[in-house]
Write a protein of this length. Structure first.
Length: 227
């Protein structure tokens, strides 16, 4: 009997020890879950707070502003939209086409409502001439009238709009003549008159017709680049 009681006592002690160790593991698991939930909740609340702050706080004019995705579609593609660009020298009204480019127009409307374009130096308007914000240009005419084109842009950059407009008016017939037929046939013919290249073009293009050649020659004489 004594041996049996000792066996039962050992069994009871072992069982009790196992039960205590199991409860310890359970408490550790519960603690880990609590920590994970707490961290997750903090991350979600922090993200929402940052998003709310970013949406409610407008950026200063000129500051870089970016969005991670396109805005939700809010425009009505069946309606007409116009952009009214107001400047010190006047205004430009541009018609937008939501039926043809809904995503682009929707994004433009969203950015305009956010003040994204406010304070942007982009257009200058003067009588009879509009210069879009750029630095120089890629010019076909400059191949045969490089000096005149350079003088025109230098005058504009110096603020001498009168000289720039005068040069542009002199070159205007040449601008048109160099596209009287499919490019590059007219410009290649013009360059050939100055000894800069052959008038030939590769198929399926064809060389400038006699009528186009005469138009180009007359325009070059008018612009002062051909005697």
């Amino acid at each position: 009997m004594a041996g049996k009681r000792r066996y039962e006592q050992r069994k009871h002690r072992n069982g009790g020890g196992a039960s205590l160790r199991l409860n310890g593991v359970q408490w550790a698991a519960v603690g880990l879950v609590v920590v994970v939930v707490a961290v997750g909740a903090w991350w979600v609340l922090s993200s929402r707070s940052k998003a709310a702050t970013a949406q409610s706080t407008p950026a200063a004019v000129g500051a870089a502003r970016q969005w991670s995705s396109a805005p939700a579609m809010t425009i009505d593609t069946s309606k007409k939209y116009y952009a009214n660009i107001k400047m010190a020298a006047g205004q430009i009204i541009i018609q937008l086409f939501p039926d043809k480019a809904p995503i682009t127009v929707n994004s433009f409307v969203f950015l305009a409502n956010q003040g994204f374009y406010n304070g942007t130096t982009f257009h200058r308007v003067i009588d009879g001439f509009m210069a879009q914000g750029g630095d120089g240009c890629i010019s076909v005419t400059a191949n045969v009238a490089p000096r005149a084109c350079a003088d025109m842009h230098e005058a504009w950059q110096k603020g001498d709009s009168a000289t720039a407009m005068k040069i542009n008016a002199r070159l205007a017939p040449l601008h048109d003549a160099l596209f009287v037929e499919t490019s590059p046939a007219p410009i290649k013919y013009a360059c050939s008159l100055l000894g800069k290249s052959s008038p030939d073009v590769r198929l399926p293009l064809v060389a400038a017709s006699p009528q186009a050649q005469e138009t180009v020659r007359a325009a070059m004489r008018s612009a002062g680049v051909l005697n």
